[in-house]
Write a protein that binds this ligand. Sequence first.
Ligand code: ATP
Length: 514
Amino acid sequence: MVSQEDVFKKLIAHSKEYGFVFPSSEIYDGLAAVYDYGQNGVELKNNIKRYWWDSMTLLHENVVGIDAAIFMHPTTWKASGHVDAFNDPLIDNRDSKKRYRADVLIEDLMSKYDEKIAREVEKAAKRFGETFDAALFRTTSPRVVEYAAKRDAIHTRFSKAMHDNDLVELRQIILDYEVVCPVSGTKNWTDVRQFNLMFATEIGSTADGATKIYLRPETAQGIFVNFLNVQKTGRMKIPFGIAQIGKAFRNEIVARQFIFRMREFEQMEMQFFVRPGEEMRWFDHWKNFRMRWHKTLGLGDDKYRFHDHDKLAHYANAATDIEFEMPFGFREVEGIHSRTDFDLQQHATFSGKNIRYFDHELNESYVPYVIETSIGVDRMFLSVLAAAYTEESLEGGDSRVVLRFPEALAPVKACVMPLVKKDGLPEKAREIMNSLKFGFKCVYDEKDSVGKRYRRQDAVGTPFCITVDYQTMEDESVTLRYRDSMQQERIPIAQLFAVIDDAVNFKKLFKHLM
Ligand code: ATP
């Protein structure tokens, strides 16, 4: 059996080989946790962004977009709490000199008990066959009950320590449960310290006059500081939302798992402003809409789950994550938070400006409450890539790697190929390509056998291949080959645009969403 770890390694190698993701500045041996998107990666990324942007701003007439600067006045980050509280607890192993997030070490420890429980359940299911009652087994198997109790005990201590910001207790949990460094195998741990994740730089030319500023660690604050600008100039009425896509920067302590945790990444965030007291209704609304947005792509409904937070950030009164089953387990792709009026209140206090909304229906003014949906483009990219990556054995001992992207997200929609490089076939193929390129990203390929060309397109997830042959010259028809089924059919050139458009445009997805 191929392990998930092997699949993940192959996925990373494949995405480099086929121009999706490269390590940043690779000729200088790369830069940790920073990546560049290649020629196919950027198309996939743009399609993901378009799916998100249009689903927010086209489908909701009360959601508008902005594009705020990455640099912001430094007081922004004082007001938002990032200067004082945007920290991760770090711990070093003295022998390996490796640095870890203390909370992640403890979460991994709890996952080990979860895995042990899952293995017991799986074994028992095999033993008992169809009559097996998993829920009953979980409450009666002494071993499972013991594992669950241990896990819960760690969880209780961990939640309290995180809530109380108790770094000594975090270290104590690591010591008590004899967590070892995966590299050195020892328990020789330092104290736990807080580490601020914001990158700082200076603005201004002279050393004296320069001011310390930060690269934004989230895009949300650009929306909050523009609340009044957008509300007034757009004559927006509550409830309404402001959407933004842009880069964010975090000096992550442990950057692992490819593009899952990067130091420079991109977010798609929407802040939805509502009447105080109505936030829970809107929280549920956006929670459901966002899950539908994910599932509509058809990557598999069982790959998603909600994970409600039991430890809420200081500003939130409800929070949930949408998790996706990555090759290394279920992980957060998106966060949905009910942020109360915290951010607008803070900016009002720190700026001295009156940030309120006058509600004509209620005839009163208030500071709106906020529901936030926040998704990482890169994590979304990874989830799409991981779900699409398929290795297939074919008849005759052959095999192929195919990226089964949802058609609307595929980087290239169609490849046009002449059967041979002569007798006017290339010219005919070019003619077809020219008629399609106004609507879709197409490529032209005349090298190697048709079979090889099909494999190349499968490997980047192109849904359609169009082959021009001698019959084309007689009757204006071509062979259309489908990526997933590999079936081929003969269709008139005149129908190509409509057939491809029907499969790849976003309309079908959007209709499903509404
Ligand atoms: P995590 O707990 O994984 O660090 P977070 O809860 O800090 O994530 P948020 O602050 O809620 O993340 O950010 C919203 C979204 O931004 C996340 O759901 C994720 O998709 C994305 N994101 C956050 N940090 C990173 C990162 N370092 N690299 C890539 N994407 C990120």
